[in-house]
Design a protein around this ligand. Structure first.
Ligand SMILES: [Zn+2]
Length: 115
């Protein structure tokens, strides 16, 4: 059994291979392994130094950040453990993490450094 990627259009898991093409029997979408690799590349989240961030990593904030609905900023140097990669939320926030005193926050990866 091949481990084929899900269809990027409808997320079907019944993808099959036809030569260099991946084909989705459910919506008829066709794509190539090359496109698949590009798609993966796009989903990689990097910190301010270009290091790859993954779910469960610990990061620190590299500048004071305003927090919506809070009068105090998230201070530079604040450590956020066990962050999660999320799809862009509210204008490019691509990390989710729980911070003491703030609860769950969405943070932009360009304002963090991986530990
Ligand atoms: Zn499909």
């Amino acid at each position: 059994m091949h481990n084929l990627p899900n269809c990027p259009a409808c997320n079907s898991e019944y993808t099959y291979e036809d030569g260099a093409l991946y084909i989705c029997p459910e919506c008829g979408h066709e794509w190539t392994a090359e496109q698949e690799a590009e798609e993966k590349e796009k989903q990689i989240t990097r910190d301010s130094n270009g290091n790859i961030i993954a779910d469960g990593d610990t990061i620190t904030i590299i500048k004071d950040l305003k927090v919506k609905g809070s009068s105090s900023p998230l201070k530079m140097g604040t450590k956020v453990k066990n962050i999660r990669i999320v799809d862009d939320v509210d204008g490019g926030h691509d990390l989710e993490g729980k911070v003491d005193g703030f609860g769950v926050l969405y943070i932009k990866s360009k304002f963090v450094k991986k530990l």
